[in-house]
Design a protein around this ligand. Structure first.
Ligand SMILES: Nc1nc2c(c(=O)[nH]1)N[C@H]1C(S)=C(S)[C@@H](COP(=O)(O)OP(=O)(O)OC[C@H]3O[C@@H](n4cnc5c(=O)[nH]c(N)nc54)[C@H](O)[C@@H]3O)O[C@H]1N2
Ligand SMILES: Nc1nc2c(c(=O)[nH]1)N[C@H]1C(S)=C(S)[C@@H](COP(=O)(O)OP(=O)(O)OC[C@H]3O[C@@H](n4cnc5c(=O)[nH]c(N)nc54)[C@H](O)[C@@H]3O)O[C@H]1N2
Ligand code: SF4
Ligand SMILES: [Mo]
Length: 703
């Protein structure tokens, strides 16, 4: 018996690929990209092309497990197998005890991007924790600063669709490693370049994308707001802006005009390290070569001023009016278009039922602080799913200190024995997307997809939905929503009143696999010249309070922030006094072939990635007596790690770079997050993985 099943990749990646899984005798035997998906067009990234190795890895968690050894001990004997009934019993009785002794907010859920599926990402889990009255988690580790910055200008997470990049003539990849993190955009860019488009890359790290660019501009980390303001100085003072678009569809232009006067190209050059003449050239080309598009990605907002930086970049297409052109505009995210009925899926009202108020909020970025220093009540239980905080969280040493607490009851629902399961009291086995049915949106295109279940769950694996359903039953929660079937939940999610979902129901998705959101006739942004394309802001329609692109924001003013936009150098940067002690700016980057910490444990994926490197410029290496290949100790006040020096010109003087990996796969069982901080961004309270100062020295061999 052979069949081919349509699925969608649920990993935390903008592309959300359409996937075809071949199943023979109930076992998946092949995975390929769905050739008819209009954006992902039949190919997969290297790591998901090897997905059978993930699904059928001998290292999968297949049964519920209970800890036998002290926390932190990694060995095959650390756990004993238990049944699901035992696991549910143990978890729910512990929860009941904690609730009676400390109150329900002593329990903290912890989840992020393991799956972005509409159901397994956030539905039954949220219902469960809301009904329990657990602390709420502010899921800010990734994109909250960028979201806040973008929305402060355009009001919503919408952007240029990938298909339109082929019509662009000037493409800026701004903090966007397209080749590593968004590979399905690349063929559209290549198409445009064949028609003469120019690709500019702005990144402090010479990425694979930068290597392919027509013009690469290495920028000092955390200075993008200064660059965008410098560009706007040129565009406004040289009258290269679109006066008609500005007058009709923006507010605050005069204030912006005043503001940019302090950011001459010469001044911006001092901050950014990009020469004044290059800033002028970039501004003129961006404003005059039409159409011009910006692929802004989240790298720009992982620094202390990341919200304002995103705000500044987001202003560019609003003053040039490139939103009105096919192949113009900007894309940070497309996720705001899907408008599923999240409230029905997540049921925040259940919190009020239990607590009579919303539960307190704990920021996931500050997990170290939450586990070690939070009171009223202290965290007594951590329930982790869809995340690997012992690898991905900043300030790793503090996180581990918290996870080691013997009084902390930690449950981890996982596919693998990760860094985090090393501190779990109970581990529950989770399905992969091959093993459950799911509804999939995207944050890099506008297609909604049905991901069918291809094979039966391995071992005793359960999806997030089914696991939390079992836990709800164990707690004795009687609300109807805990009995809703997966299909019913999809129906509810699709019934949201969003006009762009009109005519898209579950049956249709089941038949067609993917369906483009319905932007046709009734969409206000679609211009007459543009049938079949989506131009959300061709005629304004910004989803801000004023309905216009806000170059001046009353909301920011109310928060005590600069209502126009400003550049402040990060407190951890070459411009700060701390740089006297720790003079190098470190980019704690993602690996091109892993997905945050996911895939880092799989041999065939490891073969594509060289790990454990500290990339350093020859100037900084030379000054420290370091040669290529030397072991080096990278350190700051928060921690240290030994890596291997790589001196190959990928970073400029003053900048070093290292990659995220599983801590236990790295010598010394620590990863680069020992160096990152829990400091939050200016807007959105997000993480600052790219505002980190360190010093580097040759590592002395220990005798
Ligand atoms: N292969 C692969 N793909 C992924 C991921 C992965 O780990 N691996 N992660 C997924 C996730 S969770 C996300 S959020 C997306 C994110 O994708 P991106 O937003 O692209 O995220 P990053 O890789 O963090 O940053 C992009 C680039 O910004 C650069 N950068 C760092 N600091 C600055 C700065 O101050 N200014 C400028 N201009 N650039 C800067 C980095 O060097 C990096 O090359 O990708 C997803 N896709
Ligand atoms: N230094 C540094 N740190 C970073 C970043 C960086 O660039 N540099 N990037 C940050 C960013 S942008 C992000 S988004 C975060 C990502 O942080 P996380 O969301 O924690 O990402 P992953 O490391 O991919 O871990 C996800 C885990 O979920 C598991 N999983 C997958 N599917 C399921 C499922 O269906 N059910 C359950 N229960 N589990 C599942 C996977 O096996 C995996 O171990 O990391 C952040 N950390
Ligand atoms: S990780 Fe991204 S590029 Fe790779 S298959 Fe999934 S969606 Fe596609
Ligand atoms: Mo992310």
């Amino acid at each position: 018996m052979k069949k081919v099943v349509h699925a969608a990749c649920p990993h935390d990646c903008p592309d959300a690929c359409g996937v075809l899984i071949t199943v023979e005798d109930r076992r998946a035997t092949k995975i390929v990209g769905d050739p008819v998906h209009p954006v992902t067009r039949g190919f997969l990234c290297g790591k998901v092309a090897k997905y059978l190795d993930r699904v059928y890895s001998p290292e999968r968690v297949l049964y519920p497990m209970r800890r036998m050894a002290p926390k932190g001990v990694v060995s095959a004997q650390s756990f004993e197998r238990i049944s699901w009934d035992q696991a549910v019993d143990e978890i729910t009785s512990r929860f009941k005890k904690i609730v009676s002794e400390f109150g329900s907010e002593a329990i903290l859920p912890y989840s992020y991007g393991g799956t972005l599926g509409a159901l397994n990402g956030a539905s039954m889990d949220r219902r469960f924790f809301h009904r329990l009255g657990a602390s709420q988690l502010a899921r800010n580790i990734c994109s909250a600063a960028g979201e806040a910055g973008l929305k402060s200008v355009i009001g919503v997470k919408l952007g240029t669709e990938p298909e339109q990049f082929r019509h662009s003539r000037y493409i800026i990849a701004w903090a966007s490693n397209i080749h590593g993190n968004n590979i399905h955009l690349w063929p559209f860019i290549e198409e445009a370049r064949r028609e003469g488009a120019k690709l500019v890359v702005i990144d402090p790290y010479r990425t694979r994308t930068a290597v392919c660019a027509d013009w690469y501009l290495p920028i000092n980390p955390g200075t993008d707001a200064a660059l965008a303001l410098g560009m706007m100085h040129v565009i406004i003072n040289e009258n290269l802006y679109n006066a008609d678009y500005v007058a009709r569809y923006t507010v605050g232009f005069d204030k912006l005009r005043e503001k940019v006067q302090a950011y001459s190209p010469e001044q911006a050059a001092k901050w950014t390290g990009i020469s004044a003449s290059d800033i002028v050239k970039l501004a003129r080309e961006y404003a005059t070569v039409r159409p011009a598009v910006i692929r802004l990605n989240y790298g720009v907002q992982r620094s202390e001023g990341g919200g304002m930086a995103t705000r500044a970049v987001a202003m560019l297409p609003c003053i040039t009016g490139s939103w009105a052109e096919v192949g113009g505009g900007l894309q940070l995210s497309t996720s705001g278009a899907f408008g599923l009925n999240r409230n029905a899926l997540e049921r925040t009202d259940l919190m009020n039922k239990t607590l009579g108020r919303p539960a307190r909020i704990v920021n996931m970025v500050e997990l170290g602080k939450a586990l070690n220093r939070l009171e009223d009540p202290p965290i007594q239980s951590l329930f982790v799913y869809n995340s690997n905080p012992a690898a991905v969280c900043p300030n790793h040493n503090e996180v581990i200190r918290g996870l080691r607490r013997s009084d902390l009851f930690t449950v981890v629902h996982e596919q693998f024995f990760t860094d985090t399961t090393d501190y779990a009291d109970i581990v529950l086995p989770a399905t992969t997307f091959f093993e459950h049915k799911e509804l999939q949106a995207a944050y890099g295109h506008y297609y909604l997809q049905m991901s069918h279940q291809a094979v039966e769950p391995l071992g005793e694996c359960r999806s997030n939905v089914e696991s939390f359903r079992a836990l709800a039953e164990g707690m004795g929660f009687e609300e109807e929503c805990f009995h809703e079937s997966v299909d019913d939940m999809m129906d509810v999610a699709l019934d949201s009143g969003n006009p762009w979902l009109k005519g898209i129901d579950r049956e249709r998705l089941e038949r067609e696999g993917h369906v483009r959101l319905k932007f046709e006739s009734q969409s206000p942004g679609v211009g007459p010249q543009a049938s079949g394309v989506f131009l959300p802001f061709a005629r304004g329609n910004f989803q801000t309070a004023s309905g216009k692109a806000e170059l001046y924001s009353e909301a920011l003013k109310a928060e005590g922030l600069d209502p126009v936009v400003e550049f402040t150098p990060p407190s951890e940067s070459r411009h700060s006094t701390q740089a006297k002690v720790f003079p190098l700016e470190m980019l704690a980057r993602k690996a091109d072939n892993f997905l945050n910490s996911s895939f880092a444990n799989l041999k065939t994926v490891q073969a594509m990635e060289e790990t454990g490197l500290l990339e350093i410029n020859s100037v900084d290496a030379g000054a420290r007596g370091i040669s290529d290949g030397d072991p080096v100790r990278v350190f700051n006040r928060r921690g240290d790690i030994v890596l291997k020096a790589r001196v190959d010109g990928k970073v400029q003087p003053g900048v070093v770079s290292a990659q995220l990996n599983w801590a236990k796969l790295t010598p010394g069982s620590r990863n680069i997050n020992v160096l990152t901080s829990e400091k939050l961004t200016d807007l959105g309270n997000s993480a600052t993985f790219y505002s980190v100062l360190v010093e580097v020295e040759l590592s002395k061999p220990t005798s």
